[in-house]
Write a protein that binds this ligand. Structure first.
Ligand SMILES: C[S@@+](CC[C@H](N)C(=O)[O-])C[C@H]1O[C@@H](n2cnc3c(N)ncnc32)[C@H](O)[C@@H]1O
Length: 288
């Protein structure tokens, strides 16, 4: 494992895991709206064996396990052991016995194939070497099987993250990954937003019949303004800018709070703050 990958894995297993736990109420519900729509388009049949790449808390893995039934199996893989332990605990709690989880790196780990389908909800955008991961995932698929991934479209279509990023950049100095000793999330949420680049990468990894479908929906970014501001300052590009700026990021927080209050105000509704979000559902087939 190279050093960059090591810091990414450590970030997801430590600081980002803690933040994901804190904001699970927003993340799981918000992200599920995109996967629910993707699952409607591509139902996993009973008896299928399905891989869930970068599964996080594993809620999507459990949903797949229920869809394929006791004759099938859903396998969630994630590089962060803490996510995998949380996913296993949830599977036990829900009594889902055909969901299994493994700690592994999607880029070169043994993914325990062969699978009838591979799925990834926001799991591929943080890979240090996404091309290697696509090839490794394809190698774990049966011939003729498909890989469906959900990734964020461009930042301008995702104001739930981008508005906060723009405001924070005006206040807090941006520290690049090369300039810091701190762990970081990897390439970032918009790294797979460009269809030309991603389709070329998938073809290079040996996939064919590559399609992109756009999906838009509003997601809840806070139960109230305070929740939304805390969420924006913790995660996404804005959260990473503040964290990587260290002491200076902490010192600028009062100014950031004021700026975010103004930027997020248009998203306020009686039932919380809701902002537009936009994804690609990308499908790619392993040749027969
Ligand atoms: C944004 S989270 C998405 C989690 C989950 N799929 C969801 O939608 O809630 C990205 C996930 O990818 C995982 N990840 C990052 N790099 C990885 C790698 N090289 N191999 C496997 N998982 C990885 C992280 O640990 C994290 O759980």
């Amino acid at each position: 494992m190279d050093d960059t990958n090591r810091v990414i894995v450590e970030a997801w297993n430590t600081v980002l895991y803690t933040k994901f736990c804190r904001f699970k109420h927003l993340l799981v519900d918000g992200l599920s709206q995109h996967s629910d729509a993707a699952f409607e388009r591509c139902r996993h049949p009973e008896g299928a064996r399905v891989l869930d790449v970068g599964c996080g808390f594993g809620d999507s893995t459990l949903r797949i396990a229920k869809s394929v039934g006791p004759a099938g199996e859903a396998v969630g893989v994630d590089c962060a052991e803490n996510f995998i332990r949380a996913a296993e605990a949830e599977a036990r709690k829900e009594g889902v016995y055909n969901a299994h989880f493994l700690v592994g790196d999607a880029q070169w780990g043994d993914l325990c194939g062969p699978y009838d389908h591979a799925f990834a909800r926001f799991g591929t955008m943080f890979f240090d070497m996404p091309g290697a991961a696509m090839r490794n995932i394809r190698n774990a698929l049966k011939p003729g099987s498909t890989f469906t991934q959900i990734v964020w479209r461009r930042r301008e279509e995702n104001p739930w993250l981008h508005e906060a990023e723009l405001r924070v950049k005006e206040i807090v100095p941006v520290v690049s990954h090369d300039e810091t000793e701190q762990v970081h999330c990897g390439p970032g949420p918009f790294s797979m937003a460009g269809p030309d680049m991603v389709s070329t990468m998938l073809r290079g990894a040996g996939f064919e019949r590559i399609t992109f479908e756009r999906f838009d929906c509003d997601i809840c970014i806070g139960r109230d303004m305070e929740d939304a501001i805390e969420f924006a300052m913790a995660l996404g590009p804005a959260g990473e800018i503040i964290r990587l700026a260290g002491e200076e990021g902490e010192q600028q927080k009062p100014q950031v709070v004021a700026a975010l209050k103004e930027a997020l105000a248009p998203f306020a509704r009686p039932d919380g703050l809701w902002a537009p979000s936009s994804t690609w559902f990308i499908s790619a087939t392993n040749p027969r």
